[in-house]
Ligand binder design. Structure first.
Ligand code: GDP
Ligand code: MN
Length: 351
């Protein structure tokens, strides 16, 4: 489950990690100037116009109104965060992530963070494995790498706190981009992107966040995968992932939309998939029993209308309300494949 920036920053604050002073943007501003930030669960808000500095009340009102209607990658915000502007000297990148292959916690860092971080070559990132007791060594390495020797202690402290939070809160991703070095020499988490492990919900009765955990049966397999999958039922979803791999493609995710899937939950799945930048095609494999094919079809049509960057689809549908679904999709000229093999062949063409 993904947290919004303001929710992530609240968690960071519980460990006294520095974040900008802030308020939730209502009718009037608590202080100005302020940076208004759209609270949508996707990156690239800065580039999309979702992060704006406002100087006076007139700007505050106008920009708040504008951002509240600005759609970013299929999301419009319920909440807008307002923060005290930072006097930025440097923007650094820092993240902790679970490496599934080795089942370890990896720290990744880059000297040049901020909105262009994706332009940095993958091999240029500093990568370290974190373990209990390794924060001091990691902080030292980080200070060397960032070329901030006088921040060694602060970075050791930061890594220690992040590592503890990461484990306590069952995170799978904790990304601070940018970690800002201010002109007065403070390190401040200017952005926070946190994903929690849905499977750990049972031991966190306190978890309560703005976004519904609609994608509870969603697992990222490979951020660089070129094929995304949507299926219903855990068995069929696993078989779909295996079939993608067996056909020489790289599955990005596992998703079981479950028996009670409806238009909203399927649409949420599409939105999540569009965040993978390497996906060339989405394979939809539905064998409908309780799930209704026409609901899935409606979600497909809504997703195509709402998401500009939706990859092409390879659809196999069968079962309950198939006829209605076929009619709906046909009206939109969206083809359905008779079986999974045909859908896989169509997908292969696109990868
Ligand atoms: P993202 O684009 O969704 O990752 O949103 P961020 O919260 O990372 O903001 C994008 C960019 O806006 C940052 O990389 C900064 O360059 C800029 N930015 C964010 N907050 C401030 C601020 O307080 N002051 C200034 N000057 N720039 C900011
Ligand atoms: Mn950011």
């Amino acid at each position: 489950m993904k947290l919004l920036e303001y929710e992530g920053k609240k968690i960071l604050q519980t460990s006294n990690i520095a974040v900008p002073k802030s308020f939730v943007a209502g009718e009037s501003a608590d202080f100005l100037p302020a940076v208004l930030k759209s609270q949508v669960p996707v990156g690239g808000r800065g580039k999309a116009g979702g992060v704006v500095i406002v100087k006076d009340d007139a700007e505050y009102t106008a920009e708040r109104e504008k951002i509240s209607h600005l759609e970013i990658k299929g999301y419009t915000p319920k909440t807008i965060l307002a923060e005290q502007p930072l006097d930025i000297d440097r923007e650094l990148y820092l993240s902790l992530v679970i490496d599934k292959a080795t089942a370890s916690t990896e720290l990744m860092a880059h000297k040049r963070g901020g909105v262009e971080v994706e332009d940095n070559a993958a091999e240029d990132f500093l990568k370290l494995t974190l373990e209990t007791g390794s924060a001091d060594a990691a902080g030292q390495q980080l200070a060397d790498y960032y070329d901030l020797p006088d921040k060694t202690f602060a970075l050791q402290d930061l890594v220690e706190k992040l590592y503890v939070l990461f484990n306590q809160q069952d995170m799978t991703l904790l990304e601070i981009n940018p970690l800002v070095l201010t002109k007065t020499g403070e390190l401040v988490a200017a952005d926070a992107k946190i994903t929690l492990d849905d499977a750990a919900q049972f031991r966190h009765p306190d978890w309560s966040f703005e976004l519904d955990p609609v994608e509870t049966n969603f697992v990222t397999l490979d951020e660089t995968g070129n094929v995304a999958t949507i299926a219903n039922g855990a068995g069929l979803a696993m078989a779909t992932v295996d079939a993608v791999a067996d056909n020489g493609m790289k599955p990005a995710n596992f998703l079981d939309i479950g028996g009670g899937a409806n238009e909203a939950s399927v649409l949420a799945a599409f939105k999540r998939i569009t965040e993978y930048s390497h996906v060339k095609v989405i394979i939809i494999n539905i064998f409908a029993g309780i799930t209704r094919c026409d609901e899935v079809a409606r979600a497909i049509i809504a997703a195509r209308a709402q998401l500009d960057d939706l990859p092409p689809l390879a659809i196999r549908l069968a079962g309950t309300n198939y006829e209605q679904a076929a009619k709906l999709l046909q009206q939109q000229n969206i083809p359905i494949h008779a079986n999974l093999d045909q859908a896989l062949a169509a997908a292969k063409e696109l990868t």
